[in-house]
Design a protein around this ligand. Structure first.
Ligand SMILES: [Zn+2]
Length: 151
């Protein structure tokens, strides 16, 4: 088994590639099913609402519009996620998916399962969070001293 992995083509070992591909494709199927369900729901509600609008007063039909808008933005969000998954699959084929943006190490499959669009490994992400926190603290301190200067 180990020899197989060593001779695998550059970058992603075959088993890892297959695992990540399966993970992404499963997620894509899930979201596609959700989006299709929502679209059907919106269309049915729309047809129904059309008839109802004739009898509903202005306030109630406005509420129906808001509901429809919410559903629509949800579907929009899901299709953006679908785009990201498709991008990830392309990057996986090119061998650039699942590797840390900072150090180039492989991102743990467990982490990718939880965060399919993670671009950093756990260590780099944590280091970045610590750095950001420090920056925020510095900014806060600068903000406070700025306030004093203004006074
Ligand atoms: Zn890293």
């Amino acid at each position: 088994m180990k020899d197989n992995q060593k001779t695998a083509a550059a970058g992603v070992p075959r088993s890892r590639y297959a695992e990540l591909k399966q993970m992404l494709e499963e997620r894509r199927r899930e979201i596609q099913a959700e989006v299709q369900g929502k679209m059907r729901g919106v269309r049915e509600e729309g047809a129904w609402g059309g008839k109802l609008n004739e009898v509903l007063d202005a306030v109630e039909s406005a509420e129906a519009d808001i509901q429809e808008e919410l559903e629509f933005s949800l579907v929009q969000m899901k299709s953006e996620t679908l785009n990201k998954i498709n991008d990830a699959l392309v990057r996986l084929d090119q061998g650039s998916y699942g590797n840390c943006f900072e150090c180039g190490d492989e991102i743990a499959p467990k982490r990718l399962r939880a965060l399919p669009f993670a671009v950093r490994c756990k260590d780099c992400e944590e280091a970045r969070e610590v750095a950001e926190q420090r920056e925020r603290q510095m900014a806060a301190r600068r903000g406070t001293s700025g306030l004093f200067l203004d006074m």
